[in-house]
Design a protein around this ligand. Structure first.
Ligand SMILES: [Zn+2]
Ligand SMILES: [Zn+2]
Length: 67
């Protein structure tokens, strides 16, 4: 029996750590690290924070990201 992808799973978006300085970042409308002055992208579909600069699709829901 093939495993079905879980669609009801909600991504964890309340706690994220900056990949550059390991400090917890503020995740609101636009995630932003106060230490590095770096902002991060966010998935328009599920709201997950995109940490990878070169990511072309959301690691959480798999939908393509808008630039
Ligand atoms: Zn940082
Ligand atoms: Zn997503």
């Amino acid at each position: 029996m093939p495993a079905k992808p879980k669609k009801d799973e909600k991504p964890v978006i309340c706690r994220c750590v900056c990949p550059y300085c390991d400090v917890e970042i503020i995740v609101e409308d636009s995630p932003f690290c106060n230490v590095c002055k770096v902002s991060f992208g966010r998935c328009a579909s599920c709201g997950a924070v995109i940490m990878e600069e070169k990511a072309v699709k959301c690691p959480s829901c798999g939908k393509p990201l808008k630039k």
